[in-house]
Design a protein around this ligand. Structure first.
Ligand SMILES: [Fe+2]
Ligand SMILES: [Fe+2]
Length: 442
């Protein structure tokens, strides 16, 4: 989807871009660029948003703006957006030739509705979710829709703040409709509610089979979502936004548990200045998703350790980090292996207060089940299960991303490779893959 912004303020552009995700934008900030775009006959756009926000466009009257754009882009929706109440008159703008006009942020919901109904293809507007994503005890966090497959129309079956009480809806759902749809613009509310539900499930005594099964299905849902972009036709941006989504869910899930405070503090402390924050946060997401498979309760501590495990890599030159371990010279290898000890030093230097356990797990994150790891060559029996889990999540993140010259693997291939390597306890890998619903490797 291609968008043209004419004279629109940058913060507003950022907001729209975040809603529309991977759309391509061209930005016109002054009258010279405006003239150039009118003269260039090769350009086409799906939507044009125009305004008087940028200084250089202020002098152009809105009727000239509208007419210039309308003559050149006859069939494209051209919408006037403004933050200024002064002289705002919707009817007048439409008379000038704009398709519509919105005063923001006051008319934010009307504007989003317009985007949803008139401009965006449905797959951009709606996100598919499942019934079990909603809590039975909480009101709906957002509107919920069903898609009628015949004409691909979306019908609202649940209203934000309400519940699915309706008999007709019940019937539809019982008839096997498991796919429901929410508006992407309400994803944040939806994710927060989902996290509350996971936190509820995880925090209680995990003795009821039903509770366990629900937690498992939520974990499987997040995990499947994360990797649904394995399909090459999907955009990288979709993948990125999914990781962000999963991170929000996991963050809230951890913050909801009683030990979540340290995790939040550590995020704040290291988030801004860690070169490899995305690896660290990915590993934190993965350990959180793998932890219930081994009935580990201290998820917040585990995720905190994951965030901190590679802090020491900042003192290793990037050309060393990019090489495969087998290609490193003796000196390079010494420097690389030193990152474990360095991580622990940095934690001290930055005065990050974490438990003794977390120290141990970080110290052991490169020890291997068959005793070939570093720095202490510990045998599997002496490596804490939490450290093993971080090691698995760590390697899983490398294998499922195309880095260090390797081919990118899907989750199943990644676990298989780890299962056969001897570096990780095969029983632990089996438990994780079983929990996540992936085919067994044995
Ligand atoms: Fe490491
Ligand atoms: Fe790592």
């Amino acid at each position: 989807m291609k968008l043209l912004y004419v004279g629109v303020e940058s913060s507003f552009i950022n907001w729209i871009q975040s809603i529309l995700e991977d759309c391509v934008a061209e930005v016109i900030a002054d009258s010279q660029q405006f003239q150039n775009i009118l003269d260039d006959e090769t350009k086409t756009f799906d939507l044009i948003l125009a305004s008087h926000h940028t200084q250089a466009m202020k002098s152009m009257p809105s009727n000239e703006l509208a007419q210039g754009l309308r003559m050149r882009f006859q069939k494209t929706p051209i919408v006037f957006v403004t933050q200024s109440k002064e002289n705002y008159n919707r009817a007048e703008y439409v008379k000038h030739g704009f398709s519509d006009a919105y005063l923001l942020p006051f008319e934010k919901s009307e504007f989003l509705e317009y985007l949803n109904d008139s401009v965006l293809p449905p797959e951009k507007v709606y996100k598919s979710v499942v019934l079990t994503d909603f809590s039975e005890t909480e009101p709906l966090p957002c509107d919920v829709h069903l898609m009628l497959p015949l004409n691909r129309k979306y019908v609202k079956i649940g209203v934000k703040g309400g519940e699915f009480g309706n008999v007709a809806t019940d019937k539809l759902l019982r008839s096997g409709t498991s796919r429901l749809f929410i508006r992407k613009s309400e994803l944040q509310e939806f994710n927060a509610a989902k996290a509350r539900k996971i936190a509820q499930l995880a925090s209680g005594e995990l003795n009821s089979t039903e509770r366990q099964a629900q937690l498992q299905s939520m974990v499987r849902g997040i995990f499947t979502n994360l990797f649904s972009t394995a399909d090459e036709t999907q955009h990288f941006a979709d993948g990125k936004s999914l990781v962000k989504e999963a991170a929000t869910i996991v963050d809230n899930y951890i913050a909801g548990s009683k030990d979540g405070d340290t995790f939040k503090k550590v995020c704040l402390q290291i988030g801004a200045d860690t070169s490899n924050y995305s690896h660290a946060s990915n590993v934190a997401i993965f350990v959180s998703l793998f932890a219930p498979a081994l009935e580990i309760k201290s998820v917040a501590d585990l995720a905190t350790a994951a965030l901190l495990h590679d802090l020491g890599e900042e003192s290793v030159p990037s050309e060393i980090l990019e090489k495969a371990k087998s290609e490193l010279t003796f000196e390079e290898n010494t420097l690389y292996e030193g990152h474990v000890e360095r991580s622990l030093q940095i934690i001290k230097e930055k005065r990050i207060v974490v438990s003794e356990q977390i120290h141990t797990w970080i110290a052991q994150h490169h020890e291997r089940f068959n005793g070939t790891g570093f720095p202490k060559n510990l045998p599997g029996s002496r490596i804490a299960i939490e450290a093993q889990l971080i090691a698995i999540a760590d390697e899983f993140d490398y294998l499922t991303r195309a880095i260090r010259g390797q081919q990118k693997l899907n989750p199943q291939q990644a676990f298989k490779k780890m299962f056969n390597s001897g570096y990780y306890d095969p029983e632990v890998i089996k438990k994780i893959t079983f929990y996540l619903g992936l085919p067994s490797e044995s």
